[in-house]
Design a protein. Structure first.
Length: 162
């Protein structure tokens, strides 16, 4: 009896750890049409409001793709924007939120999923189009992004290329 309980406990805790440590995407999540891509980590969705809603990806930072204010165009910035545009423009996405839902600029902060369930934030990092950048308290997937960035750097992908 004790052995079977221990096996059950190990199985249950392992399953719980895997479930909690992985992004969860519901097929029933609300879908939003992407209407504009600003750069490699920011875009607009149609949400029923006249202007739409500006979305900033949580946990990642893509190089700047245009010169704005004091920011210069970053290495691999134009490529990151083009990649995100190809993935998102005129397609549907679903959103997942963390603790803080907006940043100091009024953008909605989100983890984003493509129609096929791909976790976009991670996908950009693991392919070298963005790098890890977290601001507490929005750190739900920091380990996922750290591992993705390590793989991209070791493989010299995207902005990590030589």
């Amino acid at each position: 009896m004790k052995k079977s309980f221990k096996l059950f406990a190990v199985f249950f805790l392992s399953a719980l750890f895997l479930y909690c440590g992985s992004p969860v995407h519901s097929e029933e999540a609300e879908k939003f049409l992407v209407t504009k891509v600003v750069d490699g980590d920011t875009f607009w969705i149609k949400d029923g409001s006249p202007k739409g809603q500006k979305i900033r990806l949580i946990g990642v930072d893509a190089p700047e793709s245009r010169r704005t204010g004091r920011k210069e165009i970053g290495y691999y910035g134009k490529e990151a924007k083009a990649f995100l545009t190809d993935l998102l423009l005129n397609k549907y996405v679903s959103l997942e939120f963390d603790v803080d839902r907006t940043d100091r600029y009024g953008r909605t902060l989100a983890y984003v999923y493509l129609e096929d369930g791909t976790f976009l934030n991670k996908y950009l990092v693991e392919n070298g189009y963005a790098q890890l950048m977290t601001y507490p308290p929005n750190v739900k997937y920091v380990e996922v992004f750290t591992a993705a960035q390590t793989r991209a750097r070791e493989s010299n992908l995207g902005l990590w290329g030589k």
